[in-house]
Each structure stands twice: as structure tokens, then as C-alpha cells.
Design a protein around this ligand. Structure first.
Ligand code: FES
Length: 377
């Protein structure tokens, strides 16, 4: 035991791991590391609490056990990465699309094996840091971040010398063509953005429309049951979807699969709220888009496309959890706070003969983030 009450050896006499016994500027009483001028301050620096040694610092068996656990995680991560390679070559993309919730076997296998491998590496590293890495507390005093003036002058001098030696300043043709080559190198990155468009063709029109069509019923998300207008309570917010996402023999909508299903589901997501009809300030031309105070908007935030649903019924505000864009649903979902640049698109509502809520049409503007919307204006 030394002056700081830190053990020099484990109970069985084994020396403690590297660094565990080294004196540290941080460990000790408040007086030992607090400068004299700070000790005179009205509120004394309390210093660090007494250090607690981990079992792996003082018990070689615990240390060995932790070592084996970390190694086992890294080995399992290797196996999972190898399974990724096997899955890549044995499972065809596009086959077995119904393996898990409409996702292909290949997608699921690749995602799971790579995810497990990364997770195990992460857990192994955390375990290594918490159980086996040297456990010492260190205080490092703050130093000025800038380099000394002479170092900065030497760096500028070296840069200028390099430019002189390369002769770039004397050869404008070489300089300009070099800058041009580096600049044009950015073009491939821009061109690759084209691949973000759905399908093989760059079809902006596909992005501008959803699966909604006149007369399509609004159904509850997940369960797919149609919504009677009379069932929607004042102040309710219902997460809903197009009926076409729940095809049956009765409604006759075709089944969608894989990426197409996921894409239409994401684009067609809506929220329905009911409020006092007198509170609603309809936008011009939208006076008949609501049913007895029931109003419907896209659930996809117009900032960068997060799903919104944090609703404050007294103010009729709905908040996007990603960057706090806030929309006033009573005032045609105009943006009252945050980075979103335009209101949530509104879905025109009606009721059918049986009293169920239906769409009057598709959205009349693109849903989601607004970059392609600008083309229209
Ligand atoms: S995605 Fe909604 S505020 Fe950014």
C-alpha cells in the first residue's frame, strides 16, 4: 500500500497491471494537485474521489476471464463477417422477398451478419476498455491550442518554399489545368446522385406522386382497418395508411412486394386529427378538404423526411422529433418553427356511402423533403 492508499500488488502478491501503480498527478488529496492560488479560492477544489480498483486489476483470474471474453467476441465477429460473404454469394437479390416482413432473404442475411459483426467488435472494444485497459486517472492542464509563432512562420515558409520549387506560381498553365482537374473530379460524385432516384430511369414524376387515388379509404396503420368519420374523437391523432397497402380480395388492390411496397408505404403515410371546425383556417381552394373538423396531412416531414407525430392538441401543433420543425395543423400545416421550408402536404378528405374516410385524390404536391418541389415553382 502506498501513500495514496493504492495497492502495490494484488492480494496474492501479483504485481498490478502496467500503469495501475504509477503515481499520477490526478490521484491524491485535493491539496497535492491544486495550485496554491486556487486553494485560496472561496470554494476549494474538492479533487478526485478515492480510486476504486476493478476486480481485473487485483485478481489475475478475473483478468484472464475478461481476456477470454473479449477474444471470444472478436472471434464471433470474424465468423459473422465470413457468413456475410457466404450469404452474398449464395442468396440471390430479389428472391424470397417474403422471408421477413417483405424483405428479401439476401437483404436480411447481409444486414444481420454485418450488423452482428460490427456490434460484436464494438462490444469487444468496450469490454476491453472497461475491464483490461490501464485504469488510471489523469489530469492534464489546459494549454493554448495555437502552435507557437515560430512554428507557424516555419510552416508558412516551408509552404512557400515548396511552391517556389514546384514553380506553380511561374507556370499558370500547369496551375490552372491542375486546379481544373481536381475540380472536375467532383463531377462523378454529383453524377452518382442520379442513382438515388427510384428504378432504372431518373423519373422525378414517380417521386411527385403517391399511391393515393380518388375514393381510396384511409385505414389504421399496422392493422389496416378502415376509419369511420364518426369514430374519430376530438383531439385524436391517428396514424394511418392507404387501403392499397392492405390488399384483400374484397378491395381488389394488387399486392406490392419488396422495395416497391416499402417505398409506397413510406410515401403514403398520413396523420389524421379532429379539431373544432371553427379552429381550421383553410388555405385558398381547400375549403372542402376536411370532414367535420377531420383533417389529414402527410406524416413525412418536409425538412428531410422524418416521420412526425408528436401532437399538442390544444395548440394543434405537431412536432418533428428530428430537428424540431413544428407545423400548425389548424393553419394548413404551415411551419411555425424549425428548419422545414414548406407546410406538410394535405390530403383532401371525403366520406364514402358507408361513412368511411376516403381520399378525394392523391396529394396535390410532392410529399417529403422539398428539393424537387422547387422545380415546379
Ligand atoms: S426532418 Fe423534420 S425537422 Fe428535420
Amino acid at each position: 500500500m502506498n501513500d495514496d492508499n493504492r495497492p502495490m500488488n494484488a492480494p496474492d502478491g501479483t504485481p498490478l497491471p502496467h500503469g495501475a501503480n504509477e503515481p499520477s498527478a490526478a490521484v491524491g488529496s485535493a491539496d497535492s494537485h491544486v495550485p496554491a492560488h486556487r486553494q485560496a479560492e472561496p470554494i476549494a477544489d474538492p479533487g478526485l474521489p478515492e480510486h476504486t480498483w476493478r476486480p481485473t486489476d487485483i485478481d489475475p483470474k478475473a483478468e484472464k476471464r475478461a481476456e477470454r471474453q473479449v477474444a471470444a467476441m472478436f472471434v464471433a465477429a470474424m465468423i459473422s463477417a465470413l457468413l456475410f460473404v457466404v450469404a452474398y454469394f449464395t442468396l440471390d437479390v430479389g428472391d424470397n422477398w417474403d422471408t421477413v416482413a417483405g424483405l428479401g432473404a439476401s437483404t436480411v442475411a447481409l444486414g444481420v451478419t454485418l450488423g452482428v459483426s460490427l456490434l460484436l467488435i464494438g462490444i469487444g472494444i468496450i469490454h476491453l476498455a472497461r475491464k483490461l485497459m490501464a485504469d488510471v486517472e489523469i489530469i492534464e492542464m489546459r494549454h493554448p491550442a495555437a502552435s507557437p509563432a515560430e512554428d507557424r512562420e516555419a510552416t508558412v515558409q516551408a509552404l512557400n518554399d515548396g511552391l517556389d520549387e514546384a514553380g506553380i506560381g511561374r507556370r499558370p498553365l500547369v496551375r490552372n489545368t491542375m486546379l481544373g482537374a481536381v475540380g472536375v473530379l467532383g463531377l462523378p460524385a454529383v453524377v452518382l446522385l442520379r442513382d438515388l432516384a427510384p428504378g432504372d430511369e431518373l423519373d422525378i414524376d414517380k417521386l411527385a406522386h403517391t399511391i393515393w387515388e380518388p375514393g381510396m379509404r384511409l385505414v389504421r396503420d399496422v392493422v389496416g382497418t378502415p376509419i369511420l368519420a364518426s369514430e374519430v374523437e376530438m383531439g385524436d391523432l391517428i396514424n394511418a395508411a392507404p387501403e392499397a397497402m392492405f390488399p384483400t380480395e374484397e378491395n381488389g388492390y394488387p399486392e406490392l412486394h419488396g422495395a416497391e411496397e416499402q417505398s409506397e408505404k413510406a410515401k403514403g403515410a398520413i396523420i389524421i386529427v379532429r379539431m373544432n371546425p371553427d379552429d381550421i383556417i383553410p388555405a385558398k381552394g381547400r375549403e372542402k378538404w376536411t370532414v367535420d373538423g377531420i383533417i389529414c396531412y402527410s406524416k413525412i416531414c418536409t425538412h428531410v423526411g422524418c416521420p412526425i407525430s408528436l401532437y399538442e392538441r390544444t395548440t394543434h401543433h405537431v412536432l418533428c422529433p428530428c430537428h424540431q420543425s413544428t407545423f400548425d395543423l389548424a393553419d394548413h400545416a404551415k411551419v411555425v418553427f424549425g428548419p422545414a421550408a414548406r407546410p406538410l402536404p394535405q390530403l383532401p378528405l371525403a366520406v364514402d356511402d358507408e361513412g368511411y374516410l376516403v381520399a378525394q385524390s392523391d396529394f396535390t404536391e410532392p410529399i417529403g423533403a422539398s428539393y424537387w418541389e422547387r422545380e415546379k415553382q
